[in-house]
Design a protein around this ligand. Structure first.
Ligand SMILES: Cc1cc2nc3c(=O)[nH]c(=O)nc-3n(C[C@H](O)[C@H](O)[C@H](O)COP(=O)(O)OP(=O)(O)OC[C@H]3O[C@@H](n4cnc5c(N)ncnc54)[C@H](O)[C@@H]3O)c2cc1C
Length: 297
C-alpha cells in the first residue's frame, strides 16, 4: 500500500501557524491518514478498503469503543516555538518524542513572551489554577507589561555580559526566565495527540498552551479529517458519567420515554449506535413507544 497523502495536510506542510507573540506551530511531516487507520483495523481479517461511508463508520466505531491502537499508526511531527513555561507543559506528555534547542550549545535569542494586554487577568477566586474573567484596568495591564519587559531586558543583558566575558553558555543561561522562547521538534501519534488535545484545548488549560493545542488541532484535522470528526464527537465534546450521574439520567429518561423517543428519532443516529446508546440507558428498542402514525387530511 502506497504512502497516505492527505491533501489538506500537504497544503499545511512547512507553514508556520503563528501562535502568541513570537511562537509558531509548523507541521513538518506526517505518516498515515484516515486510510491508514482503516487499513490497520482491517488487517486482522484481510479486508480491503470499502466505501468512504463505511470507512467513516469504522473510524467512528473504533474511537467510540476505545479501540485506539489503529490511531497510533498515524504519526505527526511538529516544529514548535514556544515560551519555556509552555514547553514544560508539553514535556509532561511522555508519549511524545522530542528534541529541544540546547542552551549549552547555542546562544539563546533575545525573544521573550509578553502577554497581550487583554489576556492579563487577576487570579481567579474559584479556580486555583486559572485566571479570573474580570477585566484588569488598562493602566494595570500596561504596568504588568512594563514589569515583565524590564525584568526580561535585565536578565538578557546579564546573559550577554557573561557571554562577552567568555563564561560557559551553560552557566550564563541559568537566570533566563520561563518566558524565554525555546524550540523543539515534537512527534506524537494520533491517539496520543487526541489525548493531549482533550487536556490542552479544554477551557481549564492555561490560555498559552490552549493556543498551541488549537493550532495542532488544525493539523490533526488536516491529516485525518474523519478521525478528527470522531474525536470531536466522542472525546472533545463527549464525556463519560459516574454511576450516580448515570442513574439520575436513566431515571429521567425512563420517566419521559415519549419525549426521549421523539428526540431520538429526530437525531437519526445510525441503528448500531442507537442500540449502544439505549443499552447505556438500560433500554432496548422494544422499550420505546411506537412512533405516532401521521394522519392525512
Ligand atoms: C489542566 C491541567 C493541570 C495540570 N496541573 C498539573 C500540576 O499542577 N502539577 C503537575 O505536576 N502536573 C499537572 N498537569 C500535568 C498532568 O498531570 C499530566 O502530566 C499531563 O497532562 C500529561 O498527561 P498524561 O500523563 O496523561 O500524558 P502522557 O505522559 O502522554 O501519557 C499518556 C498516557 O499514557 C499512560 N502512561 C504514560 N506514562 C505512564 C506511566 N509511567 N505509567 C502508567 N501509565 C503511563 C497513561 O495512561 C497516560 O494517560 C496538569 C495537566 C492539565 C491538563
Amino acid at each position: 500500500m502506497a504512502h497516505s497523502i492527505a491533501p489538506a495536510a500537504e497544503a499545511l506542510l512547512d507553514k508556520a501557524l503563528p501562535v502568541l507573540d513570537h511562537g509558531f506551530v509548523r507541521l513538518v511531516d506526517y505518516m498515515g491518514s484516515d486510510d491508514r487507520i482503516v487499513q490497520a483495523a482491517r488487517v486482522s481479517y484481510g479486508d480491503g478498503t470499502k466505501t468512504v461511508r463505511e470507512d467513516k463508520g469504522l473510524i467512528d466505531y473504533l474511537l467510540r469503543h476505545k479501540h485506539t491502537s489503529p490511531f497510533e499508526q498515524v504519526v505527526l511531527t511538529f516544529h514548535l516555538k514556544m515560551p519555556i513555561f509552555v514547553a514544560r507543559q508539553h514535556i509532561r506528555h511522555r508519549m511524545a518524542r522530542l528534541n529541544e534547542i540546547s542552551g549549552r550549545y547555542s546562544v539563546m535569542r533575545d525573544e521573550f513572551y509578553v502577554p497581550a494586554a487583554d489576556t492579563i487577568r487577576y487570579q481567579s477566586k474559584d479556580n486555583k489554577q486559572g485566571r479570573s474573567h474580570e477585566e484588569v484596568p488598562v493602566e494595570l495591564q500596561q504596568r504588568v507589561i512594563e514589569l515583565l519587559e524590564a525584568e526580561q531586558r535585565a536578565t538578557y543583558a546579564g546573559y550577554e555580559e557573561m557571554l562577552e566575558l567568555g563564561l560557559a553558555r551553560e552557566l550564563a543561561r541559568i537566570n533566563l526566565g520561563l518566558s524565554l522562547y525555546t524550540e523543539m521538534y515534537w512527534q506524537i501519534d494520533l491517539h496520543n495527540l487526541f489525548h493531549y488535545l482533550r487536556l490542552r484545548i479544554d477551557p481549564h488549560a492555561q490560555y498559552e498552551i490552549r493556543v498551541y493545542g488549537e493550532a495542532m488541532a488544525k493539523a490533526a484535522q488536516a491529516v485525518a479529517p474523519m478521525a478528527y470528526e470522531a474525536f470531536q464527537e466522542h472525546i472533545l465534546h463527549g464525556g463519560s458519567f459516574g454511576r450516580t450521574e448515570l442513574d439520575i439520567i436513566k431515571t429521567l429518561v425512563h420517566d419521559n420515554l415519549e419525549e426521549f423517543s421523539a428526540i431520538l428519532r429526530q437525531e437519526g443516529m445510525r441503528k448500531g449506535r442507537e442500540r449502544e446508546f439505549l443499552a447505556k440507558l438500560g433500554l432496548t428498542h422494544k422499550d420505546l413507544p411506537e412512533a405516532p402514525v401521521a394522519v392525512e387530511g
